[in-house]
Design a protein around this ligand. Structure first.
Ligand SMILES: Cc1cc2nc3c(=O)[nH]c(=O)nc-3n(C[C@H](O)[C@H](O)[C@H](O)COP(=O)(O)O)c2cc1C
Length: 324
């Protein structure tokens, strides 16, 4: 694929198929990352790879920004000691910027290889470091989720037009239209023709229907389990709930720096997830299903239509109170 096509076609992919990704493909992505520009040739980056579904599931529980499970995750960490030693007082910031350039190389290479990927910043850095056993100075800065895209070409949010954001010599001075005409189609046209896939537009947490411990989804309750099966079910429930707690705590932590709208989004998304868990464990009811569907349908409205979002929340509460 030529460079311009890769750049314009790449979109954040958040829905992945079951097809596995082999290690050679991941090595190619990481290899492309090390050729990214790096301030003062710091190269203070480290790339931590996991293809283990259990580990991926655990990372999801501390990363509200990961909406669905992927086949692999690469954590881009920065060696802060090295960054400070070589980069001076601003070394840590330079290390973070380097991580961003490295991530972009990975995203573009993934697209070129027919893979999908998404960079994620909404995660708890300390918890990710712990899951990977990092020494204190190796700090996770970005996650890159990787897999084969599910359902064809992902549509993403529109880009501002070139005409709107380019200034010639002086602020507000437009570039003559004749130079811009050739970009009109591609700068806007690369975006979806009809509507925006809001799910792709938002660095969001997952679907209400998907229980937190998706990789370990328990069998549905039949009501006639023996004591051993019952004990195992409880153990699974405990793990699922702990993951859900991790999701809630990581979400709470993220709210101090994330956009304001993410607060209500994370909360209502967590409710959807909780209903998913209840259903997985046999606590189903038509009202719960209705509440879950409503959450699923309206949760993204918080970004651009708060009134609809609030109405939906009122309805959800009304449905839930009806269960009491
Ligand atoms: C610094 C940074 C952090 C991001 N964090 C997340 C995230 O936590 N979760 C997510 O789903 N997407 C995340 N994204 C992806 C953006 O949402 C996405 O790039 C943007 O909506 C544009 O869509 P596109 O990549 O499909 O063109 C992040 C992107 C950047 C650059």
């Amino acid at each position: 694929m030529d460079l311009s096509t890769v750049i314009k076609e790449r979109r954040s992919v958040r829905r992945y198929s079951d097809k596995t990704v082999n290690f050679e493909q991941i090595a190619r992505l990481v290899d492309s990352a090390r050729w990214a520009p790096t301030a003062a040739n710091l190269q203070a980056w480290e790339f931590q790879v996991t293809v283990d579904p259990k580990k991926i599931d655990a990372i999801r529980s501390i990363a509200p920004g990961i909406s669905r499970t992927s086949r692999a995750i690469v954590v881009i960490s920065v060696d802060r000691e090295k960054a400070r030693r070589k980069g001076g007082a601003g070394g840590e910031m330079l290390g973070l910027l380097d991580a961003c350039f490295a991530a972009e190389n990975m995203l573009l290479t993934a697209h070129d290889l027919g893979l999908g990927a998404c960079v994620v910043r909404s995660f708890h850095q300390g918890a990710a470091a712990r899951l990977f056993g990092n020494p204190e100075h190796i700090v996770p800065e970005l996650l890159v989720t990787i897999g084969y895209p599910e359902g064809g070409q992902t549509r993403g949010p529109r880009r501002r037009s070139l005409r709107e954001l380019i200034h010639l010599e002086k602020w507000g001075n437009p570039v003559p239209g004749r130079f811009l005409a050739q970009f009109e189609e591609t700068s806007d046209g690369a975006a979806p023709a009809a509507g925006v896939d809001l799910d792709a537009a938002l660095p969001v947490a997952g679907e209400g229907r998907e229980p937190a411990g998706e990789a370990d989804r328990p069998p549905a309750a039949t009501g006639d389990e023996g004591p051993a099966a019952e004990g195992e079910k409880l153990a699974r429930l405990r793990e699922t709930l702990i993951k859900h707690l991790c999701y809630l705590v990581s979400s709470a932590r993220g709210l101090s720096w994330e956009p304001r709208e993410y607060g209500p989004f994370r909360l209502i998304d967590a409710c959807g997830r909780l209903i998913g868990i209840m259903e997985e464990y046999g606590l189903k009811s038509p009202r719960l299903a209705a509440a879950r569907d409503l959450i699923e349908e309206k949760k993204l409205a918080v970004m651009d239509d708060p009134e609809t979002f609030n109405q939906a929340i009122d309805q959800v509460l009304d449905i839930l109170v009806g269960e009491l």
